[in-house]
Design a protein around this ligand. Structure first.
Ligand code: PMV
Length: 324
């Protein structure tokens, strides 16, 4: 191939039932299934251009050259695409996020979903959404969920072939809002790829994994019936369970800051007062406050008044990743 160019857009996602730990790190086969909401309004746009005149792969993120490890990870993903297409051509990759980096939004999910779509389109491969989800998973586990819009379930599976995401309900099914309270912009010391390798050092991980089908069932049913109280309680329990595993890993992973706990307590109090809101926290200190659209403005106002909240992002159920 002399030159093939394509662009794609993808949104990050927030896990309602979280993926933490792998059965197979190489293939990113997760220890447990997970459920997420694709975050509309936040997006990564990526252009891939295969170009024989390039000496090696090039990458820019938001206009700047990235860290070396990011380039290596992107190149490895391009290798998977080149292998499928039977080509060896280097590529120029330009990626832009419309949300700030390091705000507790899983930018690797939108980044690898957009790279998978743009890369396969530029290489003239035609893959169906399930195949795209599997391929995206190899770049970043949670990216397999960002191929789809709305409410999404990733079936853990046993092998590469059966570990992929599928849509559970379209974005318009339930207009939940994710208010992301940013309390720190510092990059996390231990990223999720390394964090997954520590999960099994916690005594609590096996109990958490064994119980996951129960939490998935409750979450799935609550989503399908738009039952906020049930959703709130299982989402918070699942987030707390993942952080309990993190705290008790060797070395211990403590992503929370004092303000994280203040926010968790504030959200719990607001819910007791009648606001439909709950919290969930990924591998960082920032707090995702999920709420019904009806109560989103009130929650946003309260979050805006809390000392320690330095920024607030608002996302709604978003659409699938697409070639543009
Ligand atoms: O896809 P990764 O390797 O960035 O892992 C994501 C881990 C969590 O965000 C903490 C949970 C999840 O399911 O998204």
């Amino acid at each position: 191939m002399a030159k093939g160019t394509a662009s794609a857009v993808a949104s990050p996602n927030i896990a309602l039932i979280k993926y933490w730990g792998n059965r197979d790190h190489e293939l990113r086969l997760p220890s447990n299934g997970s459920i997420s909401l694709t975050l509309g309004g936040l997006e990564t746009r990526t252009t891939v251009s295969f170009d024989e005149t390039l000496p090696s792969d090039r990458l820019t993120v938001d206009g700047s050259p990235p860290t070396n490890s990011a380039l290596v990870r992107v190149s490895e993903h391009l290798d998977r695409i080149r292998h499928l297409a039977g080509i060896h051509t280097p590529a120029q990759v330009e990626s832009r996020n419309n949300f700030p980096a390091g705000v507790g939004v899983a930018s690797s999910a939108s980044a690898f979903a957009a790279l998978t779509l743009a890369g396969t389109a530029a290489a003239d491969l035609s893959l169906n959404p399930k195949e795209l989800s599997r391929l995206a998973r190899l770049g970043s586990g949670s990216a397999c969920r960002s191929i789809f819009g709305g409410y999404v379930e990733w079936y853990a599976g046993e092998t590469h072939a059966d570990s992929h995401a599928e849509p559970l309900a379209p974005p318009e099914h339930w207009d939940l809002i994710d208010l992301i309270a940013v309390i720190s912009r510092e990059h996390k010391g231990i990223g999720s790829t390394q964090g997954h390798t520590l999960a099994d050092t916690s005594l609590l991980q096996s109990a958490r994994v064994t119980d996951t089908p129960r939490r998935l069932n409750i979450c799935r049913e609550a989503l399908l019936h738009c039952d906020f109280p049930t959703l709130a309680s299982i989402v918070e329990q699942d987030s707390n369970l993942m952080h309990a595993v993190m705290f008790t890993s060797t070395p211990a992973l403590i992503y929370w800051a004092p303000t994280t706990i203040e926010l968790m307590q504030a959200v719990t109090t607001w819910r007791a007062e009648g606001l439909e809101v709950c919290y969930t926290i990924d591998a960082g200190p920032n707090v995702h406050c999920l709420c019904t659209k009806q109560h989103a403005d009130q929650v946003e106002e309260r979050l805006g008044h809390l000392p320690g909240v330095i920024d607030l992002l608002r996302a709604h159920p978003g659409g699938p990743a697409s070639v543009i």
